[in-house]
Design a protein around this ligand. Structure first.
Ligand code: ATP
Ligand SMILES: O=c1ccn([C@@H]2O[C@H](COP(=O)(O)O)[C@@H](O)[C@H]2O)c(=O)[nH]1
Ligand code: MG
Length: 220
């Protein structure tokens, strides 16, 4: 569903109708942000692409922004590569700077942010520097076995798609990202998605959740 054109292309008319009421020109100055969190390989980027295409959000992947910065050969690039290879989280100021630029340059001000905030330092930077208070947080629930299987068959040439790095990323998720999820849970913003199912079934659940998100968008 494209909010800019106000033309409904998603298959749930009710959701489209309600969404369009809330995304027309009158309210278009109000930015909406949905965070998508989940373990490595849980399907965040796959589903965020679908959310962008069908629900009219701009997809910003923290991992992809960092990868582009690394590819650019900038001063931070080499350091980003090293952190990524080790499955570690880069210092917040780096990812915050990239997100801030991407958000400022985007005409679509409704964002689905993929894989951020990942730890408490990110969370504090998101609140205090980016001034983001997300409308909702989708959390992808998937077993470690399934996430590992998916990553090992991903074949996208990522430097971190190796078993040793995957184990480190799973630890970072449990130790650093779960506290962020608990924080948003305590604010009633988390919607858990069973991400262990086939891609289309996961997206169906997200579309059902979109109705829930829309309720939030109206309330907030
Ligand atoms: N529901 C699913 N069932 C089976 N395979 C899936 C599913 N969702 C995604 N995949 C596949 O699993 C791999 C990982 O998916 P994706 O890249 O979307 O995960 P991610 O959560 O973004 O991972 P990362 O945190 O490493 O960026 C991809 O090859 C993707 O095609
Ligand atoms: O906020 C973030 C997001 C990502 N990273 C680093 O990038 C890789 C890959 O991220 P994906 O979202 O899984 O594509 C991640 O393991 C971190 O090394 C980060 O530091 N901060
Ligand atoms: Mg991803």
């Amino acid at each position: 569903m494209g909010s800019t054109s106000n033309k409904c292309v998603c298959d749930s008319n009710l959701i489209c109708f309600i969404y369009l009421q809330n995304s027309g020109e009158v309210s278009s100055n109000q930015s909406k942000v949905v965070y998508v969190l989940g373990g490595p390989g849980s399907g965040k980027s796959t589903q965020c692409s679908k959310i962008a295409k069908h629900l009219g959000f701009r997809h910003l992947s923290a991992g992809d922004l960092l990868e582009a910065e690394a590819e650019s050969g900038s001063n931070d690039g080499k350091m980003i590569r090293e952190y990524k290879k080790e499955g570690k989280l880069v210092p917040s100021e780096i990812i915050v700077k990239l997100l801030q630029k991407a958000m400022q340059e985007s005409q679509n001000k409704n964002f689905v942010i993929d894989g951020f905030p990942r730890n408490e330092e990110n969370l504090s930077a998101a609140e205090n520097i980016l001034k983001i208070e997300p409308n909702a947080v989708l959390v992808f629930d998937c077993s470690e076995e399934e996430m590992t299987r998916r990553i090992l068959s991903r074949n996208q040439g990522r430097v971190d798609d190796k078993i040793d790095t995957i184990k480190k990323r799973l630890n970072v998720y449990s130790e650093s990202t779960l506290p962020v999820i608990n924080y948003y849970s305590s604010k009633g913003k988390v919607r858990k998605i069973d991400a262990g199912r086939p891609i289309e079934e996961v997206f169906d659940e997200i579309k059902d959740s979109a109705a829930w998100v829309i309720v939030w968008l109206f309330i907030l």
